[in-house]
Unconditional design. Structure first.
Ligand SMILES: Nc1nc2c(c(=O)[nH]1)N[C@H]1C(S)=C(S)[C@@H](COP(=O)(O)OP(=O)(O)OC[C@H]3O[C@@H](n4cnc5c(=O)[nH]c(N)nc54)[C@H](O)[C@@H]3O)O[C@H]1N2
Ligand SMILES: Nc1nc2c(c(=O)[nH]1)N[C@H]1C(S)=C(S)[C@@H](COP(=O)(O)OP(=O)(O)OC[C@H]3O[C@@H](n4cnc5c(=O)[nH]c(N)nc54)[C@H](O)[C@@H]3O)O[C@H]1N2
Ligand code: SF4
Ligand SMILES: [Mo]
Length: 861
């Protein structure tokens, strides 16, 4: 079955071949334009995540299972009653870029045309709202004027605030291939990421100074004579004061000072940019997730407009999207600030969409954006909320307050594929959604390519697709004829009809030919990109047909204050996806980063008395959470970085979401996740240990620090704590118990057997060492002698491979380092030939290159 990857906005095509009821062989689709057969580590291991572990299989009302009829009836009744009593603005939907276009369309239609408010917002608000707002300001419509083909044609690729090697790996491989053919790569990111490691130039700027950088470059381009005056005169509206407002203090030296980068590096970038007409500037969350996100987006677009580098092969500003269907959500208008099909809330558009939907209660103005929506929830003004395919208790800024708001809300509905999330523990009604591999519809990737996601397994239990669930509620709320859908193809056709409805070409998003697709054609639909090469004729979807230069100025960057001396940055790991409901099931993906780490520069670490491997508490005005410290020079001094992936399900610490402020960009409403004033403190512990268990523990072990990883047939918890560790025994499953205590070394080892086979082990030490876990993990379910077991290893065969670098072939850091030294391996292909590492998905190739570089320099020294 041809389908599309469940994860990122690259939108790779997949060939899934079922190999059993809940298993499938996953391969890249060689015919898909986004990946031509390649998959990264996450896509490659999708097959490990499609079992039934943790799935929600029936509707739940409170703690009881319920029939669909009862659950849908209750949702419809409570929403109807709340609206009758408090008006349409007292209810809200909070949805997701992980819904399919058809799901999204139906939810948006129900809220904006029938409930009669626009309080439907989406996690895309946290993700690309600034790009959307920037596009609309500059182009008049939310158009991404680039495609992946532009990367193949570019001579210079600038990545701004993007860790593409980890977050968009297949696009990154395409960029690398282009660089191998001679193109240059510049990475602009405060952190030296694996993406930055491989760049021709890395500008490690002070966070939040992107506008200064881009304006400085714009001024440089004007001085260098590469501003395209003819293009500006013909195709761009330039405000009178534009150049004055953008150029203040933008000489090279001032910019270097503001951005805190060496002037000679800045000059190299400026010269390279000025000299290279075929430039693609690709940007992601380092740009969008900022209190000045929209200005940062427009600063990038200004450069491309001013130099005429847009609408031509190999030249474009390129907002790369995060989620698999972030773009589809934009196309249906799923953000509270848009209406539908790239239309906004002008009276003409409201009337037009109202006519098309035959809608009784059109929303006439934008609804609440995510941060405001959850604030109003906390203040009791939103009295019923339906959350679909997102986990705001983890992913919203100030997530502690979001949890309180959910706990206090009179009626919370959560549609999810998994049984328990940090959000769904607050739900009054939980609805089991069909998951990837079970549902059918379309997604749009970063370069406007629409692909089908197709089912290759039956939905388990009572799980149903999201479009069906929403349709059923809409019908029960009284709108039967407006929600007649029996299959996604019907919704797709309606969506395409709306895109073309009364559209004389003023809206570029239009899919008229698709409105006529029959069911079979829809099922067979091949990937297609809409919009061609936007703006190639120099016309923009504004009233006068011209694009707009938007004057933007660098805001002062607040100096860290005494109480909050650090700046906290947050983001992603290579092998985990958001709140890990899926990647957390894969033992292979678990190995790349097993714990939530706080990355800290050596100077800051020593100032705080932190040594690599210590636990550390990161605190902001919003809250605090524990992380394991890793001392790295890739982090700028004064700044720390933490990952976003850990939740109450997987750890007692690592809660990035509790830390950022609930503040947002004034234009887009996107929160500033990347720069939060913070402090960091070392935390002392008295013991360390681990539990390895077949299956799952009922709850995380009760101690200061516990983090879970998936292992084959079970899970492993790493733990640390203060006081004594006796409470841990309560976490262990029942069974025959054997125990060894070494009082001198303060160590205790417990094994639980079930019918003579290993069920679980607990190892704790106060000052001694712990054995590597691999051998013990392999003994789960095996019959094994107690002494060997409690020694923690089979005599003489223990090899510590170190952290896993290559997830596909399970190759550890120590193995690679040893092979580089012993076999004199000189490049990435040589490592591949010797160990296999890097030869499948390629996600670890940047890491291998880095190891070679550092090993090479150690040997040279
Ligand atoms: N492995 C993996 N891949 C993913 C995801 C995942 O969860 N895991 N999620 C997907 C989603 S939804 C998204 S949105 C994308 C996100 O993809 P990215 O945006 O590439 O990822 P992030 O790690 O959020 O942030 C990118 C970089 O921005 C940098 N940054 C921080 N502050 C600034 C600044 O002021 N200026 C500049 N120029 N840079 C700054 C950070 O240091 C970080 O390295 O990834 C998608 N792909
Ligand atoms: N501090 C900080 N916070 C951030 C970010 C950051 O960089 N820093 N990044 C932000 C960004 S860009 C994003 S995109 C968000 C992501 O944050 P979330 O959207 O909260 O994270 P996910 O884990 O992807 O949540 C998706 C949920 O949907 C469920 N699900 C999966 N498929 C389906 C389906 O088909 N139907 C239904 N109904 N449910 C399904 C999953 O089980 C999971 O519970 O996080 C944001 N939060
Ligand atoms: S790059 Fe990886 S995660 Fe993204 S769509 Fe492709 S295979 Fe999936
Ligand atoms: Mo995202």
């Amino acid at each position: 079955m041809r389908t599309t990857c469940a994860y990122c906005g690259v939108g790779c095509g997949i060939l899934a071949t079922p190999t059993g009821e809940r298993s499938a062989d996953i391969k890249g689709d060689p015919d898909h334009p986004a990946n031509a057969g390649k998959l990264c580590s996450k896509g490659t291991h999708l097959g490990e995540t499609i079992g039934l572990e943790g799935r929600l299989l029936t509707p739940m009302i409170g703690r009881r299972t319920a029939s669909w009829d009862a659950a849908l009836g209750l949702v419809a009744k409570r929403f109807r009653e709340t609206i009758a009593q408090h008006g349409p603005n007292s209810v809200a939907f909070y949805v997701s870029g992980q819904l399919l276009t058809e799901d999204y369309y139906v939810a948006n239609k129900l809220m904006k045309g029938f409930i009669g408010a626009a309080n439907i917002d989406t996690n895309s608000r946290l993700c690309m709202a600034s790009a959307v707002a920037g596009h609309i300001r500059a182009f008049g419509e939310d158009i991404v004027p680039a495609s992946y083909n532009d990367l193949d044609a570019a001579d210079l690729i600038v990545l701004v605030g993007s860790n593409a090697a980890w977050c968009h790996p297949i696009v990154y491989q395409r960029i690398r291939a282009r660089c191998d053919a001679g193109a240059k790569l510049v990475v602009i990111d405060p952190r030296r990421t694996e993406t930055a490691d491989e760049a021709d130039l890395h500008l490690s700027i002070r966070p939040g100074t992107d506008v200064a950088l881009m304006n400085g470059l714009l001024a440089w381009c004007r001085d260098a004579g590469v501003v395209d005056q003819a293009y500006l005169a013909r195709h761009v509206a330039t405000p009178d004061d534009f150049w004055d407002r953008c150029e203040g203090g933008s000489d090279l030296w001032s910019v270097a000072r503001v951005c805190d980068v060496p002037p000679q590096e800045l000059r190299r970038f400026f010269e390279l940019f000025a000299a290279t007409p075929k430039t693609v500037t690709m940007f992601s969350q380092g740009v969008n997730q900022s209190l000045a996100g929209t200005d940062q987006v427009n600063a990038i677009i200004n450069l491309h407009l001013a130099t005429g580098r847009i609408g031509k092969p190999g030249a474009a500003p390129f907002s790369i999207t995060g989620q698999p269907n972030a773009m589809g959500g934009r196309e249906v208008g799923g953000l509270a600030s848009s209406l539908a099909a790239h239309m906004d809330f002008t009276p003409a558009n409201v009337a037009r969409v109202g006519r098309f939907w035959a809608a009784p209660n059109m929303a006439t103005r934008p609804g609440l954006k995510a941060v405001d929506l959850f604030r109003e929830l906390g203040q009791g003004r939103i009295k019923a909320i339906w959350i679909m395919a997102t986990n705001p208790a983890v992913s919203m800024p100030d997530a502690g307050r979001v949890r309180e708001a959910l706990a206090d809300c009179p009626f919370v509905v959560v549609s999810d594929v998994v049984d328990t999330t940090d959000t769904s523990v607050h739900a009054h009604v939980r609805l089991p959604a069909a998951a990837w591999g079970e549902k059918d519809g379309t997604v749009t990737n970063s370069d406007r390519t629409v692909s089908r996601q197709r089912a290759f397994m039956a939905a388990p239990g009572e799980a149903r697709p999201d479009w069906w669930i929403v349709t059923q509620v809409a019908r029960r709320m009284g709108w039967k004829t407006a929600f007649p859908y029996d299959r996604p193809a019907e919704i797709w056709r309606e969506h395409c009809r709306l895109s073309a409805y009364e559209n004389d070409g003023a809206r570029l998003f239009a899919l008229p030919s698709h409105a006529a697709k029959g069911n079979a054609e829809y099922d067979a639909m091949a990937p297609f990109r809409w919009g061609g090469t936007p703006f190639s004729d120099g016309r923009f979807p504004t009233p006068d047909g011209r694009a707009r230069l938007i004057p933007v100025a660098q805001k002062p960057v607040a100096a860290p204050l005494g109480k909050w001396p650090m700046t906290l940055n947050t983001g992603r790991y290579r092998d985990h996806w958001h709140t890990m409901t899926r990647t957390g099931l894969s033992p292979k993906l678990a190995r790349h980063r097993e714990e939530p780490l706080v990355e800290i520069h050596p100077d800051d670490a020593s100032a705080c008395g932190i040594v690599d491997g210590n636990l550390a508490r990161v605190t902001t005005p919003q809250g605090s959470s524990l992380f394991r410290a890793t001392v790295v020079t890739s982090q700028r001094a004064g700044e720390v970085f933490v990952p976003i992936h850990w939740t109450d399900r997987t750890a007692t610490g690592g809660r990035a979401g509790r830390l950022p402020r609930p503040l947002a960009d004034p234009v887009s409403g996107q929160p500033g996740f990347k720069s939060t004033p913070a402090r960091i403190d070392r935390v002392e512990t008295a013991w360390r240990g681990f539990i390895i268990v077949r299956g799952q523990l009922a709850a995380p072990p009760d101690c200061l620090w516990a983090t879970r990883v998936a292992v084959p047939h079970g899970s492993a918890w790493d733990m640390a704590g203060t006081g004594d560790a006796d409470a841990l025994d309560a976490s262990l499953p029942k069974g025959q118990r054997i125990e060894a205590i070494d009082a001198a070394r303060g160590s205790r080892r417990v094994a639980i057997l079930d019918g003579g086979r290993l069920r679980a082990v607990l190892f704790v030490t106060r000052d001694g060492s712990l054995p590597p876990r691999d051998w013990l993990v392999a003994q789960l379910g095996e019959a094994i002698a107690a002494p060997t077991l409690l020694a923690g290893r089979a005599a003489g065969v223990q090899v510590d491979r170190g952290p896993i670098v290559c997830a596909c072939f399970d190759v550890g850091l120590k193995t690679i380092l040893a092979a580089i030294a012993d076999q004199h391996l000189a490049d990435v292909p040589a490592i591949g030939a010797a160990l296999g590492a890097g030869t499948n998905c390629g996600s670890c190739r940047p890491a291998l290159a880095k190891l070679l570089a550092t090993e090479g320099s150690t040997h040279a020294a």
